[in-house]
Design a protein around this ligand. Structure first.
Ligand code: SAM
Length: 422
């Protein structure tokens, strides 16, 4: 595609593919905003970690500074790397040229860099954000498992006569007709099967639910309730972002983590569609984890390894979020892709899909801690089965249009405080 065509496609889709390269830039906010009609994801909130001007919020006292400096000095003492760390370094050295080449594409592309600059100024204009406080769904689920959610669904105009608008629905000035459903919030498949955004209300907090999507909010113990009765209603794309254990206390305060053995029993086989599924698994850079996935997890799931994609994190000026070669804090994460076979013979499977190729580099500005960019568009052509594929997000914290989202807090980023009203 010609550059100007590519740019207008970027503005429309949020995805920019660089010529003759495996590299692609994704504006997560633009991608997500394709899912909504009456609300939009606010870039200033999504990208708040990188759009904030760097100010010293808490001036550090001189004593604290000197003890920090001592700790830093201590850390710098060289230590021989152990065997696992050496393998991690080798893995990094292998991916390094690929990541640098992708980054080079971004730095050379004035049109994408200009679009990023514009994104920052767009987001600083005074859009009124909806209000709301974050709830801990994990605690709520334990304390009040019977809690209900009120779903306000906007039906198509043809249903207008049978469903007049309730008078108290002030948030919907333009709504012609609306149906309210009250259902259980936990351990229940809650669906917005309309073509429009729906609003879910739990204890006076509002959540925006994109069109044709479902969520199932539960602990891991209930995940088997999602196994379809018939494999031909299983899933063709299974995204998994497990709460891997991580030494960082920082992460521990964000969400619960689980030991690796819990993930071995995820029912990937049973969730797979008869025509097979592409499984996309987010992993951290810890070598112990990478070898666990290759040697134990994928074999236990019956998934055959296909490719690795990289998510390279950049700031709004296009630079990497940290030095590429920092050992304990890399500016990238990996998405491991594999195929879960369906029940039909390969020769019977008439569906066409392009086998996934190794080493794609996806660049984007990160959102909140551990929030992954919405990259399903880049996977769809590699998904077996009929189109559109049936997709499920395991350990989800947000809901994508057309997807089933499962986890103990799938409504987390659907909170109305992350959206602005159009
Ligand atoms: N993909 C998400 C995103 O982009 O924001 C991030 C997922 S985060 C790595 C892992 C999620 O798993 C967290 O929301 C956490 O609360 C959830 N989780 C942890 N333990 C769980 C359990 N026992 N059952 C269900 N979900 C759990």
């Amino acid at each position: 595609k010609h550059n100007s065509e590519k740019l207008s496609w970027f503005y429309e889709s949020g995805v920019y593919s660089f010529d003759d390269s495996n590299a692609v830039f994704v504006d997560s906010v633009r991608v997500l905003n394709r899912f909504y009609h009456r609300f939009s994801v606010s870039p200033s909130i999504y990208y708040s970690r990188f759009f904030k001007t760097q100010t010293t919020l808490n001036p550090v006292s001189p004593t604290v500074t000197s003890s920090l400096a001592k700790r830093k000095r201590k850390r710098k003492e060289p230590r021989a790397l152990n065997e696992r760390e050496l393998i991690a370094v080798q893995r990094h050295q292998e991916s390094r040229p690929l990541l640098l080449a992708a980054h080079e594409c971004l730095l050379k592309s004035t049109e994408v860099l200009n679009a990023l600059k514009a994104l920052k100024s767009e987001s600083s204009c005074s859009a009124r954000e909806c209000e709301g406080g974050q709830r801990s769904f994990v605690n709520l689920g334990h304390v009040t498992p019977q809690l209900e959610v009120t779903l306000s669904l906007r039906l198509s105009d043809t249903d207008a006569d049978s469903h007049p608008l309730p008078s108290d629905l002030q948030d919907f000035p333009s709504v012609q007709c609306c149906e309210q459903k009250v259902v259980r919030a936990f351990n229940n498949l809650v669906a917005n099967d309309t073509q429009d955004d729906a609003v879910a209300e739990i204890l006076c907090n509002r959540y925006i639910i994109p069109r044709e999507s479902c969520f199932y909010m539960s602990d891991l113990g209930q995940i088997r309730n999602l196994i379809p009765a018939h494999a031909d209603s299983g899933f063709n794309l299974i995204m998994v972002d497990p709460p891997w254990e991580n030494a960082s206390a920082h992460q521990k305060s964000r969400y619960q983590t689980l030991p690796n053995k819990y993930f071995l029993s995820l029912p990937i086989k049973q969730l797979t569609h008869t025509k097979g599924a592409l499984v996309a698994l987010w992993v951290t850079n810890r070598e112990k984890l990478r070898s666990f996935v290759e040697r134990e997890l994928f074999p236990a799931w019956g998934v055959s390894y296909a490719a690795t994609f990289y998510w390279l994190k950049v700031k709004e000026n296009g630079s990497l979020i940290c030095d590429l070669d920092l050992f304990h804090h890399r500016p990238y994460e990996c998405l491991i892709l594999g195929y879960s076979p369906g029940k039909v013979n390969k020769t019977d499977n008439l569906s066409q899909f392009k086998p996934v190729k190794n080493d794609r580099v996806i660049m984007s500005i990160p959102g909140d801690y551990s929030r992954k960019p919405p990259i399903a568009d880049l996977l769809v052509e590699h998904v077996p089965g009929l189109k559109p594929p049936r997709c499920i997000d395991l350990f989800a914290r947000e809901i994508l249009a057309g997807w089933v989202a499962w986890g103990n807090e799938p409504l987390y980023f659907q909170d109305s405080k992350y959206f602005v009203k159009k």
